[in-house]
Design a protein around this ligand. Sequence first.
Ligand SMILES: Nc1ncnc2c1ncn2[C@@H]1O[C@H](COP(=O)(O)OP(=O)(O)OP(=O)(O)O)[C@@H](O)[C@H]1O
Length: 304
Amino acid sequence: MDHLFIINPAAGKKDSTEALERLLERLPFPRKIVHTAREGDARRMTEAAAALGKPIRIYACGGDGTLNEVVNGAAGHDFLAVTNVPMGTGNDFLKLFGPNYRSIFSNLEALAAGPQAAFDLMDCNGKLGLDVICAGVDARIAAGVHKYKRLKGVSGRWAYLLSLAEQVLVRGICRPMTVSMGADRWTQEPTAILCICNGRHYGGGFMPVADAMPDDGVLDVLRVGKVSLPTFARLAGQYAKGLYWKYPALIRAYHGQEVSFSAREPITVVVDGEIMRDTTFTVRLSEKKVNFFYPAGASYAPCV
Ligand SMILES: Nc1ncnc2c1ncn2[C@@H]1O[C@H](COP(=O)(O)OP(=O)(O)OP(=O)(O)O)[C@@H](O)[C@H]1O
């Protein structure tokens, strides 16, 4: 079995490449190490590995963005398996494996020898997502964080607070959107949140569907319609804890394989932390899967 480590030196609050390379030097098996230089490299490197047509374990060393690129390159190739060495800011996908995910997935020997499972993927207008796709005010806040972080002297926390204030207080929570999911259809109705889960965590601390499973062939979708600012504020904490089922009048849930949505103005959609913009989207369970490996003993079963 070959092992390929794809390191994104730009991931995380500070570059932890050196610390990782010290760990890699101590590994008792041969491995190939490559570094990304720009966006898209991790996907291209994975596609090049796939073209060899032989079994390889690929380690996306970075955050959710790096993992997403590797997943897009490896999807549908049975002979490949991928994992995530947590070097990112959020590493939201790995939170599926419980609160100790950082130490668990930093044990590279255990990771290399671990089991693998075929995980579902979401196809969003051709881009694949492994974790969570969102298209409401949550997506606009996430996109705003990227914008504010580029400003000199603005920390990650301040970027989040500025973006939250801009989207919730200044621009308003809802946008008119046509949404179809299962038997439900809303036509150009105010929509606050639309969230599609294969994994469980996104946005740093949100876990909308606490028992979402990445290998059950089901996408767990939540839609929040028109809400006032006080209701939104009251609901946010409950939504973050996966308690959507307590609020059936406000939050509609759908567990299925496809959701489509559109609007007259471009919609900001965030796929595993990466931003897309378009007026029409279809998100469906992809025919492709990806093998994901993890250390023996680690579990992605829900804690609820
Ligand atoms: N050498 C590089 N320089 C700049 N950007 C890069 C480089 N290599 C990859 N990237 C881009 O860096 C971005 C951020 O990576 P990633 O999402 O893995 O880290 P993060 O944002 O710190 O973590 P998380 O998404 O988990 O919060 C990705 O969109 C990726 O395409």
